[in-house]
Design a protein around this ligand. Structure first.
Ligand code: GUN
Length: 291
């Protein structure tokens, strides 16, 4: 039987584990506080931010909800980040990506104090991750490590294939998979839009992480028997539903499930884990700032 990896359940157990640390910090007068900054009217981004806010509330993390008009000058965003950097009450800062075209995402990520960069996207934190000395592991790849572990799969010595080379998922995922550490030690291949004969590579994977952002691009034919399949895609495709769309992953679930030993669903797989690891990093940030 193929195991359907339950991201909601694993995320819940992470939130439960965090509750004690949050209580201790709050008792010492250091209630963890996360500022989310949204400069977008994209409905998906709005939904993600509001889910992050309600996750914080559930576990006792204070959430500051900052919204900036997407038409506003870029300086408004930089000034907001600068104020949050200076605010001792704020432990973590998350600027929801993507930002509007007239704002430089690089400049925004560099503006965040690396000690408050709970996404782990600041170049200093990216460098530390690559050096094997991560301060904050980026939330999605870290969550994926937890999901793989929860399925009882040891990555050591395995063939791991990551499809996608984004800064948010593909690159940090590959870095974690090659590290000399639990959840690493895998022989790792990174595939992308220019990869020739993708199916030949993916079929070879013991662990396949699909993070290309292309609806259902990986089907059962591209998956080796017994693989662990992690689907990072959250694609809105037009559908005859109440909302007018449905969410599908980068993996064609039905045909993939027939081949895989373990697979994450969409929704209810990676998504809840990304959010849980953001809470984890926020608690970690609070601890580091009050060491
Ligand atoms: N947009 C899509 N994923 C993410 C994420 O993990 N963090 C931020 N800040 N923006 C995102």
């Amino acid at each position: 039987m193929t195991e359907i990896i339950d991201g909601n359940a694993v995320a819940q157990s992470i939130r439960d584990d965090l509750a004690t640390a949050i209580d201790q910090l709050a008792d010492a007068g250091h209630t963890p506080t996360l500022a989310t900054v949204l400069m977008s009217d994209d409905p998906a981004s709005e939904t993600y931010v509001s889910m992050k806010q309600s996750d914080c509330e559930e576990v006792g993390i204070e959430a500051l909800d900052i919204e900036i008009d997407p038409e506003a000058d870029a300086t408004e965003l930089y000034d907001t980040v600068s104020d949050l950097n200076d605010d001792d009450e704020v432990n973590g800062i998350l600027v929801q990506m993507p930002v509007p075209d007239h704002v430089s995402d690089r400049q925004v990520l560099r503006a965040i104090d690396p000690r408050k960069d709970v996404d782990g996207f600041h170049p200093e934190n990216v460098g530390r991750l690559v050096a094997g000395d991560a301060r904050y592991k980026p939330c999605t790849p870290h969550g994926i490590q937890k999901l793989i572990e929860s399925a009882g799969v040891d990555t050591e010595g395995k063939e791991a294939v990551v499809v996608g080379r984004s800064d948010i998922v593909g690159k940090p995922m590959a870095n974690l998979l090659i590290q000399k550490a639990p959840g690493g030690n895998a022989t790792t291949t990174v595939c992308h839009s220019r990869t020739e004969d993708l199916a030949e590579k993916t079929r070879n994977a013991d662990i396949l992480v699909a993070a290309a952002g292309v609806p259902e691009m990986i089907d059962g034919e591209m998956i080796g028997e017994g693989a662990t399949v992690i689907d990072v895609g959250i694609n809105r495709v037009d559908a005859d539903t109440e909302k007018g769309y449905e969410l599908v992953g980068d993996v064609d679930f039905e045909t993939a499930e027939a081949k895989a030993d373990a697979i994450t669903p969409v929704p209810g797989g990676v998504g809840p884990m990304t959010r849980a690891m953001l809470l984890y990093n926020t608690v970690k940030a609070t601890g580091l700032q009050h060491d």
